[in-house]
Design a protein around this ligand. Structure first.
Ligand code: AGP
Length: 607
């Protein structure tokens, strides 16, 4: 997904822009560019490929100035290339724009503009903004942007500068995140917090339909009709180091090791003696008791969290749960009513399919609760309540700590609902809370096995296909373990319910197909032992997860990874950790770009 940085102040703007874009690299991109307004000229530098190439270009052709815009592009319209890289200009090179989002009516707008003589030089939808603003400009850039935006359908986070309006940046947002950073006599725009944390922690989250005017003397924010808006300033507690690698080889490894604190921070302040504090849910007792069904919608790893959530909520709150991939939910005819609680799970809070799903559910009268990791992101802003995970910024494209934090939030929610609705009593609640409190420590113990997992991973880094098997509440973990491997190592991996082996996958088994089995103590433990024997009988190789102290699994499996004992319902938050490490070390051994895997973006804000 694209990244935007803008700056106006007294610093050399190029260093602020490049540094900011570097902190947005995780969003996935294929080209980058900057524009600097200085001495009545606009200098543009753009390059295809990684940010280092742009930085080298700027080093070779320095650009002085104190006001500018920067952009990293993840191609949606128009192939990755220098001419499609942002910033884009109007016909006279007097207006430049950077944009994140999709202009849905750009083809008709482009036709109209070209018919009126505008010359386009790129294949992008973004370029229409530059020509629209050019056409609307009389003597006020803000007014020109205001009028231009009213012609646009689609999503945008937009930064605009012009020779005809020196000393100002105009920013606007609709369904694509954009923040305003407030420094000391300096102001910023950015797609996400890490881009400006080295300069300020005080940010304003723009809402849909808002326009910000940044000048040397301050910031003004209005709606599309020009009415000034009073906006809350949020103080970001993340420090710059948190968004850095802290000495780890990759962000992903750092984030795997941050899971104990991510779980801890997510339960912090929410555990009572025999109840859960989730007032942020903002649902009345009556609304809670009226819930007849929970529908969970999410994508990717968050969908896997939702699948675990079904087991947890049905067991603890005794409410029926449906789980849907958001892009599927949108196109079926779901049975949703005012007595349905729709739960959207999203790390970024910006996933377009999930956003569309909650809008559809809301239109059917459902209350919307979201579980999200990014403060002030789009999905929470359209939810009736949000349970924020406190995993901190997750920079690696492959989601790890956000996933275990999502599971933590689901445990909190299920216990909260179960307690409120009388499905569980005080004693059971105390047991569950005590087990929740143990999880960070248990997760930390698993991470101590890091060296063994690295060794095992290196042994298996040459295989071309993997099968992951799990049952019950660990079936979604088989799916998640397989996703982790395939998305960062590009090795084909499938997750499967182990009971399905005899219905097909067993035909795949041979000495070239490692099978990862989740065989921790559970209601289906004996069945999992049987599945391991099925695989071994066909010369398959078995890597098994087993509960500490287990002696049976080791008699059958080729390799065993031990997991500390915990209540079965909490086992997924532990069993996923060695699978994350296995995937990480295999991918790293293969020399893959672990933090920014090919073709993937951290937040999929396009459909
Ligand atoms: C997970 O490792 C992937 N990066 C991807 O599947 C991700 O979970 C999915 O795109 C959903 O993102 P969200 O949680 O931000 O909505």
């Amino acid at each position: 997904m694209c990244g935007i940085v803008g700056y106006i102040g007294s610093k050399e703007v190029v260093s602020v822009l490049i540094d900011g874009l570097k902190h947005l690299e995780y969003r996935g991109y294929d080209s980058a560019g900057i524009a600097v307004l200085h001495n009545n000229t606009i200098e543009i530098r753009r390059s295809k490929g990684k940010l280092n190439e742009l930085a080298e270009m700027v080093l070779a052709q320095p650009v002085p100035g104190n006001i500018g815009l920067g952009h990293t592009r993840w191609a949606t319209h128009g192939r990755p290339s220098e001419e499609n890289a942002h910033p884009h200009e109007d016909c006279k090179g007097e207006i430049v724009v950077v944009h994140n989002g999709i202009v849905e009516n750009y083809l008709s707008l482009k036709d109209e503009l070209q018919a009126r003589g505008h010359v386009f030089v790129s294949e992008t939808d973004t370029e229409v903004f530059a020509h629209l603003i050019e056409e609307e400009f009389t003597d006020d850039l803000y007014a020109a942007v205001q009028r231009a935006l009213k012609k646009v359908k689609g999503t945008y986070a937009l930064g605009v500068m012009s020779l005809k309006a020196p000393g100002q940046i105009i920013a606007a947002r609709f369904d694509s995140p954009l923040i305003v950073g407030l420094g000391k006599d300096e102001y910023f725009i950015a797609s996400d917090v890490p881009a400006i944390l080295n300069h300020t922690r005080d940010v304003i989250f723009l809402d849909n339909g808002e326009i910000a005017v940044l000048k040397q003397d301050g910031v003004k924010i209005t709606n599309l009709d020009g009415e000034e808006k009073e906006k809350a300033v949020v103080r970001i507690t993340w420090n710059a180091a948190q968004a850095e690698k802290a000495g780890y080889r990759h962000f992903m490894l750092k984030e795997i090791f941050e899971q104990p604190i991510a779980i801890e921070d997510t339960i912090r302040t929410r555990l009572g003696e025999d109840n859960i504090h989730l007032e942020e849910m903002e649902l009345s007792e009556q609304q809670l008791n009226e819930i007849e069904k929970v529908v969970i919608i999410a994508c990717g790893t968050s969908w896997h969290a939702g699948l675990v959530g079904k087991f947890i909520i049905e067991e603890l709150a005794r409410i029926p749960v449906e789980v849907d991939i958001a892009s599927e939910f949108r196109y079926r005819s779901p049975i949703i009513s005012g007595k349905t609680l729709t739960l959207a799970i999203s790390q970024s809070g910006e996933t377009a399919d999930t956003m569309a799903g909650i809008r559809q559910a809301k239109a059917s009268g459902s209350k919307i609760i979201s579980i999200c990791n990014v403060l002030g992101s789009s999905i929470p802003r359209e939810s009736d309540g949000t349970i924020y995970t406190h995993a901190g910024p997750e920079i690696g494209v492959a989601s790890t700590k956000a996933f275990t934090a999502q599971l933590t939030a689901l445990y909190l929610l299920a216990i909260y609902l179960g307690r409120k609705r009388g499905a569980i009593g005080a004693e059971r609640t105390k047991e569950l809370i005590n087990e929740l409190r143990r999880l960070p420590h248990l997760a930390g113990n698993i991470l101590k096995e890091d060296a063994n997992l690295k060794k095992l991973a290196h042994e298996f880094s040459y295989y071309k296909d993997f099968l992951y098997l799990g049952r019950g509440i660990n079936y979604p973990i088989a799916l998640e373990g397989a996703l982790k491997l395939k998305e960062i190592s590009y090795i084909h991996a499938e997750g499967y319910p182990a009971g399905e082996m005899k219905h097909g996958p067993i035909a795949l088994i041979d000495e070239d197909m490692p099978v990862v089995t989740i065989a921790v103590h559970s209601k289906t433990y004996d069945k999992m032992l049987g599945n391991i024997e099925e695989v071994k009988a066909r010369d398959g190789i078995v890597i098994a997860l087993a509960t500490e102290g287990d002696t049976e699994v080791a008699k059958k499996a080729d390799h065993v990874i031990y997991i500390p004992h915990a209540m079965e319902i909490f086992s997924p938050i532990l069993t996923i950790i060695p699978l994350q490490l296995l995937a990480y070390y295999i991918a790293d051994k293969k020399g893959c770009d672990v933090d920014q895997p090919r073709n993937l973006a951290k937040s999929v804000t396009v459909e």
